[in-house]
Design a protein around this ligand. Structure first.
Ligand SMILES: Cc1ncc(COP(=O)(O)O)c(C=O)c1O
Length: 375
C-alpha cells in the first residue's frame, strides 16, 4: 500500500537534475562537451584549495568540527570591516541549505514569504516543502526587481522578505536607493533575507552590498556562497551573516555536522586565495564584454549582467529556449533554458573561458542563422 503523504508535499514538482555529462556525450556520440549551464567558475578549483583538501584527507575518519570555528573566523576576517562576532555567522552545506534552515527556523505555515516570481527557484521549493505560503512578486517590465511591488504585497502575515541581488537568471540588480526604500517600508517584525550568491562579480557602483545596511534594519540576513567566485560548487559550502538571535535560532534547527570536514578546510583556503577570485572576476568581465559585442553584432536583445551568466533573447516562440538548448547540446555546448523562470524564448549562458565563449557563440550563431532568427 502506498504511504500516505501530506497533500502539500504531493503537490511539489521535484527538482530534476540533468543527466551526467558523460551520459549525454555517450547518447549523442559527442565528446569535449562544455557545461555553461550552472554558473560555475570556469577557472577550475583554486590550487590552494586542492592542496588544503589533499592534506586534510587523512582526517576524514573523524567528524568535522560541528561549530566550524576556524572557518567562521576566516569568514569574519574576510569581512573584517563589518566587525562580526562568531555568533552572527551561520554556515551550511551550500547556501541552499543555509536558506532552507533559515526559512524553516523563522517562518511558520501561518505566516508568509515574499519572493520574486522570476528569481532563484529554490525559495519556493523550500517554502512549499515546509507548507509555508509564498507570495510571488513579478519582475518589472524591464526585468528588474519590482521593489514597489514587494512593498505593496506586504501583509500582516508577511514574515520573510527574500531578495536576490544580483538576480539569477536575469543578472539585473536593484539600486541602493531602491533597497533603502524597501528597508524603510518593511515592518520590524519581518526578516529581510538578501541572497548575494554573485556579490564578488558586481561592478555597478549603485548596487548595494546588503551588509552595509545592518545598522538600518535589525533583522537582516545576507547569504553568500563558495560555489561561484570561489570555485567550490562541488564542495557545498555557503554562509549567512545575521544577528546573534537569528544565528542562535539557526543553530537550533541545523544538523550538528552540516558542514563537512573538507568543505571547512577548503573554505578557509579559498578565502585566502585572493588572486584566484580576482582572476575569475577579470575573466568574467572580459567574457561579458565579448558577449555584449557579439549580441550587438547579431542584433540580439540581452540583459547586461552583474553575475557570471547572461540572459539572451533567442526567439523561436514558446519553445524557443528549449530548441536552442537542444541544438547547442548536439554541438557539445550545454546552456540553460529558462522557461521555468518565465523566459521561454531566452537562454542563459554561464560565462566561460575565452575559447569556451567563442565556441558557444559560434554554435549559437549557426543555430540562429539556420532557424532564420537573425538577419
Ligand atoms: C541566487 C542563487 N542563490 C544560491 C545559489 C546556490 O548556491 P549554493 O551552491 O551555495 O547552494 C545559486 C546557485 O545557482 C543562486 O543562483
Amino acid at each position: 500500500m502506498p504511504v500516505k503523504v501530506a497533500e502539500y508535499i504531493e503537490k511539489i514538482t521535484p527538482y530534476r537534475p540533468g543527466k551526467p555529462i558523460s551520459e549525454v556525450e555517450r547518447e549523442l556520440g559527442i565528446y569535449d562537451t562544455v557545461k555553461m549551464a550552472s554558473n560555475e567558475n570556469p577557472l577550475g578549483p583554486s590550487p590552494k584549495v586542492i592542496q588544503a583538501i589533499t592534506e586534510d584527507l587523512k582526517y576524514i575518519h573523524l567528524y568535522p568540527d560541528g561549530s566550524a570555528y576556524y572557518l567562521k573566523h576566516a569568514i569574519m576576517k574576510h569581512l573584517a570591516k563589518y566587525h562580526l562576532s562568531i555568533e552572527e555567522v551561520c554556515v551550511g552545506n551550500g547556501s541552499n541549505e543555509v536558506i532552507d534552515v533559515l526559512i524553516r527556523a523563522l517562518v511558520t505555515s501561518q505566516e508568509e514569504i515574499l519572493i520574486s516570481a522570476q528569481a532563484f527557484m529554490v525559495y519556493e521549493l523550500i517554502a512549499k516543502a515546509a507548507n509555508i505560503p509564498v507570495t510571488l512578486v513579478p519582475l518589472r517590465k524591464d526585468h528588474h526587481f519590482d521593489i514597489d511591488g514587494y512593498i505593496e504585497r506586504i501583509t500582516d502575515k508577511t514574515k520573510m522578505v527574500a531578495l536576490v541581488n544580483p538576480n539569477n537568471p536575469t543578472g539585473t540588480y536593484y539600486t541602493k536607493k531602491e533597497f533603502e526604500n524597501l528597508l524603510s517600508n518593511v515592518p520590524e517584525r519581518c526578516v529581510v533575507l538578501v541572497d548575494e550568491a554573485y556579490r564578488e562579480y558586481v561592478d555597478a557602483p549603485d548596487c548595494p552590498s546588503a551588509l552595509d545596511y545592518r545598522k538600518d534594519f535589525e533583522n537582516l540576513i545576507v547569504c553568500r556562497t563558495f560555489s561561484k567566485a570561489f570555485g567550490m560548487s562541488g564542495m557545498r559550502l555557503g554562509y549567512a551573516i545575521t544577528t546573534k538571535q537569528i544565528g542562535e535560532t539557526y543553530r537550533k534547527v541545523r544538523e550538528p555536522f552540516n558542514t563537512n570536514e573538507l568543505a571547512q578546510v577548503a573554505g578557509i583556503a579559498a578565502l585566502d586565495d585572493v588572486d584566484y577570485v580576482r582572476r575569475g572576476v577579470e575573466t568574467n568581465k572580459k567574457g561579458k564584454e565579448f558577449y555584449y559585442a557579439e549580441f550587438r553584432r547579431l542584433g540580439l536583445q540581452f540583459l547586461p549582467t552583474q553575475g557570471n551568466f547572461i540572459l539572451v533573447h533567442v526567439g523561436g516562440g514558446d519553445n524557443g529556449g528549449v530548441e536552442c538548448y537542444q541544438a547547442l547540446l548536439k554541438q557539445g555546448v550545454i546552456l540553460r533554458p529558462v522557461g521555468n523562470y518565465g523566459f521561454p524564448d531566452w537562454i542563459r549562458i554561464s560565462i566561460g573561458l575565452p575559447d569556451q565563449n567563442e565556441r558557444c557563440m559560434k554554435a549559437l550563431e549557426a543555430y540562429l542563422r539556420e532557424k532564420g532568427l537573425v538577419k
